[in-house]
Structures are given as C-alpha cells and as structure tokens.
Design a protein around this ligand. Structure first.
Ligand code: C2E
Ligand code: CA
Ligand code: CA
Length: 548
C-alpha cells in the first residue's frame, strides 16, 4: 500500500474509531433505558395482577358465603347478610338476589324497579358468569362489572382490577387471558390494549413503551409515553458516554501506534521482505587483460509497488541492524538462480558474486540457502562466488568455519570493501580467501595526490603476496584502468565498463561481449582448492579486530 493510501485509510479508520464506540454507547444507553423502563412498567403490571387476584378472591368468597342460600330469600336476615358482606368487602359495591332472572332484592333492600340479569360476557373457570358493562339498576351509578353465581350477583367497579398507585402518565389494564378487559387505570386506548393482549409481549411502538405481566388466567398491560424514556436515556448516557470516549481514545491510539509502526522505515522494510519486493541487478566484472566479461556482481534493489527503485545503501544498514538481511539474502539467492539458471548452465565461464552480510557469515545459513537453491539446477558451485565484508570477520572463528565450508563446497570467496573497515592483516592470512575487492574509495584516489593514493599500490602488493586475485571496484576512468593494468590487477568492475543492470540486459551484454572476444579464454579466474587445508596451517591470530 502506498503512503498516501495508508494516510487515507488511517483517516477513515480514525473516524470509524471515534464514531463507532460513541455510536454504540448511544445505542446501548437507548437499549438499557428501554429495558430498565420496561422493567419498571412490568412491576406495575404485576401489581395489577395481584390486585385483581385479591378482588376476584373476595368476590368469590362473598358469593360462596351466600350460596347455597340457607335462609328465606329477601328476608330481613338475607338482606342484612348481603349488606354485611358488601360493607365489609372492599371490592364489592352491591350484592343482588335474582329469581328467574329478575332482581328481587339487593344489599340495600327490596328491588323497587324491575331489573333483569344482564347478558353474560363470559364464564370463569369456577363458574361465575361475568357481565363486563353493567349499569346498576338501583343506584344508577357508573358502569360496573357483575359476577353472577347461582341466584346471587356481585357488582364491583372496574378500577378494582387495576387499583395500583402509579406515577402520573402511566396507564394500566387488566384482562382475562381470553381478552376480556376487567378494568383499567388512567384511560388507556382500548384498541391499543386489545392489540397488545392479542400479542402479549414487551414492546415499544411509535408512541408507547409497553410491558406485560401474567397471572393465573390474567394478563396485565402497563404502558407509558415513549417520551418518558428520554430522561432515563440521558442518565444512561451520562454513565456510558465517558466509557465510549475512553474506548474511542484507546482505539485511535492503537490505530496511530499501528500506522506509525507501519510507516516507520523498519515497518516498511519488514513488509517489503514479506511481500518479496527485492530484485537483483547485475554489474559485469571484466578481466582487465582480455576485456572479457567473466561474470557479474548481484546487487540487490528494492522495487517499491509504485515501480520506484531503492538503492541498497539506503536499506542494507537497517536490514543488517534488524536481522532482516537474512531473508533478503535468501531472496537475492533465489533471484540469481531464477534469472540466470539457463545462462549459467550454458556458459561455464560465467560467475555470479553474491554479497553476504556479517550475519550470513556468522550464522553460516546463507551457505545452506545457496546449496538449497542450486540443488536440481545445472549451475555449478564454482560459478557462485561469495563476497564478505570485513564486518563479517568480527567473529573470526565462525567466519573461518563458514568460509571453509563455502570453499569446500566449491565457491570462491572474496573479501569485499577491503581497507574500509576493521582491517586486520592477520585475517587476510588466517582466513580461507580467493580474492580481494579493492573498494571504490581507493580506486578514486588513483591519479590524485591524496594521502590514501599511496595506499592503493600497497593493497595490490599485499594481495599478490597472499596470492589473492584482485577485483578493482568503481572504475570510472581510462586512467584508472591503465594504472590497474600496469599493476597487474586481474579484474575490474565499474561504470567505465557497465553499470548494474536487470538480468535480461546483463544476459544480452554478456552475449555481446562474448561475440566480440571470440576465441579468447579467461586466464585468471580464481579456483578454490578442493581441500582448504593450506589455510588451516597458517598461524592464526584470533584477537578481535580493532577499528581503523
Ligand atoms: P558493494 O558490494 O561495494 O557494491 C558495489 C557498489 O558500487 C554498488 O552499489 C555498485 O552499483 C557501485 N558501483 C560499481 N561501479 C561503480 C562506479 O564506477 N561508480 C560508482 N559511483 N559506483 C559504482 P550498490 O548496488 O548501490 O550497492 C551498494 C552496497 O550495498 C554494496 O556495495 C553492498 O555493500 C551492498 N549490497 C548490494 N547488494 C547487496 C546484497 O545483495 N546483499 C548485501 N548484504 N549487501 C548488498
Ligand atoms: Ca560487493
Ligand atoms: Ca565496495
């Protein structure tokens, strides 16, 4: 992902991180407000059920106290008994006695007007016939509910079935489970109550919050205007919003941390390793005497997804520091084999030099990678050269093991950037090396009168004494080439001949060079001895290198 895309994605993620927790807190505070408020309403509905049960019990016992009738109907004693029950029972307003469906007397005396028993709406499980909307014939008061049992009839006010103390605005209704409304409080909408009882669940609609309670054969509904919720929601918000803000802040912090990590040089480099964004360029190495191209140095390039190329000196130090150099070396080895497998098999004089990092040398694992990559190919180990800088020799014992193993496997080994690092001449003597690469900084001094210019001939002389082949790096001018030829330096590499180039260009370059030098054979190639015994016998100085 490109930097600008990361920034856009980060922006979006930040907005999401900020809004998501806040939005979910708002949602939760609404949900919690609804459930808390419904819980409160359900308590009122439950109380209505209790109240109704008490009323029904009272009515039932009064009727059972009168039936069967053991005294003279409508006698003084009978009327007194009915009056006593009426006065002493809270739910009962009046008791009447009927004969053949006609009212004969009530708790208040003999019936003065003609009144018939009202039509029955339903019959309870224990046999009471219930008339829901009954106008008392005698008192002419409000609508009552009548319970008729055998010859007696009890009148009660509907509010006895919803007789609960509630906060203003809350409405109640109690009904049988068959849907007959026994009583209500604060005038709820009859149609709404009918719908709720048909489908009795806690709910919320556009106008009301509704809660249900059930008792034996009874359903109670409690409802309140939806606006009552807002007050409770604000209280919830006061509790939950700080939590939401905290979560939002934490999530934003995590996003920023992740992006900073991702955008950090190390983050980018490790992603590049994962996505295998490394490719290899090849810089020809020329035999100075003949002009013959005898191989190339593999130079890694980081190819970004946008196509841009990053030079190795910009990322190799970080890769070495972080350990990412090991998988990068592996990718280089894989590319060399993939790019040049056929050419190397066809051209046995061609060699590719691969740069190894200090860690590759110390652990020796790069050698295993090379061997694994060469397996099942026609590339010969002699065609792969390995370059190691002096930094790789810091741990001289492991360096010696790795280099010996490399040479035993058939690879030629070069000391790279000679003279720029922790040079210790004893290394040159004690380590199994085939060639020495003179760093560009020394080649640059050729023809100048700088202080280091006098060092160059000494390096050349020393390499010759140690019988190391020499590769001069960074040759840019004919004057430098002439000087190196005069000093019998075997190989050169530099812009005077060619820059590092992609594999296909290098193959073309090599073929062209070969055609121009037909019949000429390279004479100075380093060949690693099959047994590196001669190195093991040289006196060894194991002191750690000193800088200089
Ligand atoms: P090096 O191993 O000394 O490689 C030679 C560098 O000098 C290369 O730079 C090459 O392009 C450059 N060069 C060659 N001839 C000339 C010339 O005539 N003029 C100038 N101005 N420069 C010339 P490059 O490719 O940028 O590599 C820089 C360094 O990065 C290398 O120096 C090497 O230390 C490291 N490197 C490159 N590829 C790898 C790799 O695959 N693995 C490891 N561990 N290090 C690598
Ligand atoms: Ca090199
Ligand atoms: Ca160099």
């Amino acid at each position: 992902m490109s930097r600008s895309r990361i920034i856009v994605v980060t922006g979006l993620a930040t907005i999401l991180c900020a809004t998501l927790p806040l939005a979910s807190m708002l949602y939760f505070s609404w949900k919690r407000a609804v459930s808390e408020e419904q819980g409160r309403l359900a308590v009122y509905a439950q109380r209505a059920i209790l109240r109704s049960n008490i009323s029904l019990d009272e009515i039932r016992s009064a009727l059972h106290a009168l039936e069967p009738l053991t005294m003279q109907p409508c006698s003084e004693q009978h009327i007194a008994r009915m009056r006593q029950l009426t006065v002493n029972t809270r739910s009962i307003e009046e008791i009447g006695y009927f004969e053949h469906g006609v009212l004969k007397c009530t708790s208040w005396g003999h019936a003065e007007k003609y009144a018939e028993q009202t039509p029955v709406d339903f019959v309870t499980a224990d046999g009471m016939q219930v008339s829901l909307r009954m106008m008392p014939a005698i008192t002419q008061g409000n609508t009552m509910v009548a319970f008729h049992y055998h010859s007696h009839n009890v009148l009660t006010v509907p509010s006895r079935f919803a007789d609960v103390i509630v906060e203003p605005g809350i409405q109640l209704a109690t009904a049988t489970d068959k849907g007959y409304v026994l009583g209500d409080l604060n005038g709820p909408d009859a149609l709404l109550i009918r719908d709720v009882i048909a489908n009795p669940v806690n709910s919320i609609d556009d106008d009301n919050l509704i809660a249900i309670a059930r008792g034996p054969g009874l359903i109670a509904v409690a409802l309140e205007p939806r606006s009552f919720l807002f007050h409770r929601m604000h209280r919830q918000q006061l509790m939950l919003l700080p939590v939401g803000l905290l979560i939002a802040a934490l999530m934003i912090a995590v996003v920023i941390w992740a992006v900073r990590r991702r955008l950090s040089p190390l983050g980018e480099l490790s992603l590049a390793v994962k996505k295998r964004e490394f490719i290899v360029y090849y810089q020809p190495i020329i035999e100075l005497e003949t002009g013959l191209c005898i191989g190339a140095e593999a130079l890694v390039r980081w190819q970004r997804p946008d196509g841009s190329m990053v030079r190795p000196d910009l990322f190799i130090p970080l890769a070495e520091e972080s350990g990412l150099i090991l998988p990068i070396t592996d990718q280089v080895i894989t590319h060399v084999v993939a790019d040049l497998r056929a050419t190397l098999a066809a051209e046995r004089h061609l060699h590719i030099a691969i740069n190894l990092s200090a860690d590759d040398i110390k652990t020796g694992r790069a050698l295993a990678s090379v061997q694994a990559a060469l397996r099942n190919t026609d590339i010969e180990p002699q065609q792969i050269w390995l370059e190691a800088t002096e930094r790789g020799f810091m741990d001289v014992n492991s360096a010696r093991v790795t280099l010996s193993n490399a040479r035993a496997a058939g690879h030629a080994v070069a000391i790279d950037d000679f003279g720029t690092g922790y040079s210790s001449l004893s290394y040159l003597q004690s380590l199994p090396l085939d060639s020495l690469k003179i760093d560009k900084s020394f080649i640059d001094t050729i023809g100048t009168d700088s202080a280091t210019s006098s060092v160059t001939p000494h390096i050349i002389g020393m390499a010759k004494t140690l019988k190391l082949k020499i590769v001069a790096e960074g040759v840019e001018t004919q004057e430098q080439a002439d000087y190196l030829r005069k000093h019998e330096v075997e190989f050169v590499q530099g812009w005077l001949y060619a820059k590092a180039m992609p594999a296909t260009e290098f193959i073309a370059y090599y073929q062209h060079n070969l055609a121009q030098h037909q019949g000429i054979v390279a004479t100075t190639l380093p060949v690693p001895p099959s047994a590196p015994a001669q190195w093991a016998t040289v006196s060894i100085d194991d002191d750690p290198p000193t800088s200089g």
